[in-house]
Each structure stands twice: as structure tokens, then as C-alpha cells.
Design a protein around this ligand. Structure first.
Ligand code: WQD
Length: 338
């Protein structure tokens, strides 16, 4: 009998890649997704890649009746909680939505887990919990001072998980703080499919390359960085997915709470990403320098040592591979999942 894992947000960018890795590792997968920012067709692609299907439920985590049904119908060995909303600018305009989907929904999930005696959880958090006061490279024990609503919604969920483990040491929890996941599965069948004009760098570059957008605006070129453009820690989404499986396997046997950065451990500037993409795609990216984007930090990247020490995980795919796979996905799916 295979162990069964619940993946919330399993149709999303990170969730779908993680489902593929879970299936390939031999787990059965149940996906719970409200498809608010993803399409059911994603899961057909997951089946195409993995050769096995997931069990799917369309429901919002805050819908307690449906959540109860999912937990009654399956005996889960663990939960990967990837569901959430993640647009920083939207969060500033609509904090209620962000606290509902990232905080209240997490609370509903762990309440259901507790009632059904499922106490193994991997939680999707974000490097944005650190904020501007932390020293670069960010280490996990750096103080948390997020400067956005989005970051605070993730930090609040993290705090609940800490309290949970303090109150009941039989919980096994891993908090994964993602840096900047990009790229796509090498099959080109699944990838990032933002709705509207993409606010993130890599999908924006992809849409310029395919001709859907006229140019990339580079937000700021007077930062105190080597070329003046913002520096981030980009990592390949398949590396990230592998990190989830390793974290899950680790917490199966380890009670308590583990917090890990998942990043490459080095930063790349916007211009470096543009150049790497041009090299991978064999075409020029039209760009212009624009004003800084409100709330952006100049430069941050992970100290990724702990994930390597504890899980034996490190990001193996380089920037060229991230660009090549993102571009393959874009070319094969010019309009995303449609
Ligand atoms: C990267 C760099 C921009 C777009 C992301 C996610 C957020 C959170 C954390 C998960 C920055 C520059 C971008 C463009 C540009 N994810 N840029 N022109 O801001 O690091 O945040 O990681 O928790 O949800 O958004 O990522 O891809 O938006 O920006 O010049 O059109 O690219 O200024 O330096 P960011 P990003």
C-alpha cells in the first residue's frame, strides 16, 4: 500500500511540480485546490508526465464541510500545504483576502489535521518573511520583519505552527521558505501560467520573447548592486519540488519543527537573468529601464546550507537550465493551459 499525501494548491505552479515528484517517488497524491489561480487541466498534464493520476477535489480550504469530507475519505500520511495567494501588490491593496487565504485557510487545515490525527505537515512559506532588516545571505534564524502584507500573512501562519509544536510535540512540521522559483518541468507540459500581465520577472521575460508583450520594464537600475539592477535568488521549480519530497521524508521520522530556506544560495541580477534567457532562447529581449517598484529590496539571497546539512538537498539546476525550461514551456504553451 502506497502512502497517501494531501497537496493543497496542487494545481498551482509549485504544487503541480511537487505532485509530479511525489508520484515519481511512489506516493499516492490527493489534490485539494479551489482553482482560483490555476486550471484543472494542469492535473491532466501531471498524469501525462507521471503516468499516474492524482485524486482531485475542487474546494476552498475555508470550506469546512468539504475539508472534513476529504479527511474522512482518506488516511493521509502527511500534508503539503502549498495553497495560497502570492501577489505582493495585490496583498497591499486587499489585506483581508491575503489573511483569509494564507492565514485563515492554514488554520482551518491544521484544525482538520488535528481532528483527524494527521500530524505531519510541510508548509510553503517565503523568503519575504525576513524583510529588509535581515543581513544577506538570509539565515533561518534571522529575525522576521516582513515589509509586506503578503510576508506578514506567511509569518503569521508560521507563528501558529510554532505554537502548535510547543503545545503538542507529536506534530512533525517543516516550514520551507522559498526564494524565487522559476523554470518549468523539462517536458514543457507544466509551468507557470499567470493570469493577466505577469508581475514576476521570468514569466514577463517569456511573454516578451514570445511576442505577447512588447518589452520588459526593469524596475530600477540604480540599486547598490554590481550592475544596478535588483538581485534575487532564483531556483528551478523542479529543485524546489524535490526539496518538498525530501522535507516530507525527513519529518516522517522527526517530530518537532524544522525551518529551512530553499534557494540556490547565490543572487542573480535582473540583467543577468535577461542575458541568460537571451542565451537560452537565442533571441534578444527588448527591455527598458523603469522606476523602482515600491516595496522591492535591492538584493537578497539564501544561506542554503541548512537544507543541505539536514536534508542533503541543494539546488542543482543552474540559471541556463531555468531559462531553457521556462522558454520551452512558453513555446509549447503560448497561452498557458488555456
Ligand atoms: C524579481 C526581480 C524586480 C518584474 C517574488 C514573488 C513573491 C514572493 C517572493 C513567494 C526584482 C525585477 C520584476 C519586472 C523587473 N514569492 N522585475 N521587471 O519581487 O523577488 O518576489 O518572490 O513567496 O510572490 O513575487 O520577484 O519576479 O517579481 O522580481 O525588473 O517586470 O525582478 O524588481 O528585482 P520578487 P519578481
Amino acid at each position: 500500500m502506497r502512502q497517501k499525501i494531501l497537496v493543497t494548491g496542487g494545481a498551482g505552479f509549485i504544487g503541480s511540480h511537487t505532485c509530479v515528484e511525489l508520484l515519481a517517488t511512489g506516493y499516492d497524491v490527493v489534490v485539494l485546490d479551489n482553482f482560483s489561480n490555476s486550471k484543472p487541466a494542469v492535473l491532466d498534464r501531471v498524469r501525462q508526465i507521471a503516468g499516474r493520476d492524482v485524486i482531485r477535489y475542487e474546494a476552498d480550504l475555508r470550506d469546512r464541510g468539504n475539508l472534513e469530507r476529504v479527511f474522512s475519505e482518506h488516511a493521509f500520511s502527511g500534508v503539503l500545504h502549498c495553497a495560497g495567494v502570492k501577489a505582493i501588490d495585490e496583498a497591499q491593496r486587499n489585506p483581508i483576502k491575503y489573511y483569509q487565504h494564507n492565514f485563515e485557510a492554514s488554520l482551518a487545515l491544521i484544525d482538520a489535521m488535528a481532528r483527524h490525527n494527521v500530524r505531519r505537515l510541510v508548509f510553503s512559506s517565503s523568503a519575504t518573511v525576513y524583510g529588509e532588516s535581515a543581513r544577506v545571505p538570509y539565515r533561518e534564524e534571522a529575525p522576521l520583519a516582513p515589509n509586506t502584507v503578503y510576508g506578514r500573512s506567511k509569518m503569521m501562519a508560521e507563528e501558529v505552527l510554532h505554537d502548535l509544536v510547543s503545545s503538542d510535540p507529536s506534530w512533525h512540521i517543516a516550514i520551507l521558505r522559498y526564494f524565487n522559483p522559476v523554470g518549468a518541468h523539462p517536458s514543457g507540459l507544466i509551468g507557470e501560467d499567470p493570469s493577466g500581465v505577469p508581475s514576476n520577472l521570468m514569466p514577463h521575460i517569456c511573454q516578451v520573447a514570445i511576442g505577447k508583450l512588447p518589452e520588459l520594464g526593469i524596475f530600477g537600475h540604480d540599486y547598490p548592486t554590481p550592475d544596478g539592477t535588483g538581485v534575487r535568488d532564483y531556483l528551478h521549480v523542479v529543485d524546489l519540488a524535490e526539496g518538498h519530497v525530501k522535507a516530507l521524508q525527513y519529518i516522517f521520522n522527526e517530530p518537532g519543527l524544522l525551518t529551512l530556506n530553499l534557494g540556490n544560495g547565490r543572487g542573480y541580477s535582473v540583467l543577468e537573468v535577461v542575458r541568460a534567457f537571451e542565451h537560452a532562447a537565442g533571441s534578444r529581449i527588448n527591455y527598458k529601464f523603469a522606476a523602482r517598484r515600491a516595496g522591492d529590496l535591492a538584493s537578497y539571497y539564501a544561506d542554503a546550507a541548512r537544507a543541505n546539512e539536514v536534508l542533503g538537498w541543494r539546488a542543482r539546476r543552474d540559471l541556463t537550465e531555468m531559462c531553457r525550461d521556462a522558454w520551452r514551456w512558453q513555446q509549447q504553451n503560448p497561452n498557458g493551459y488555456e
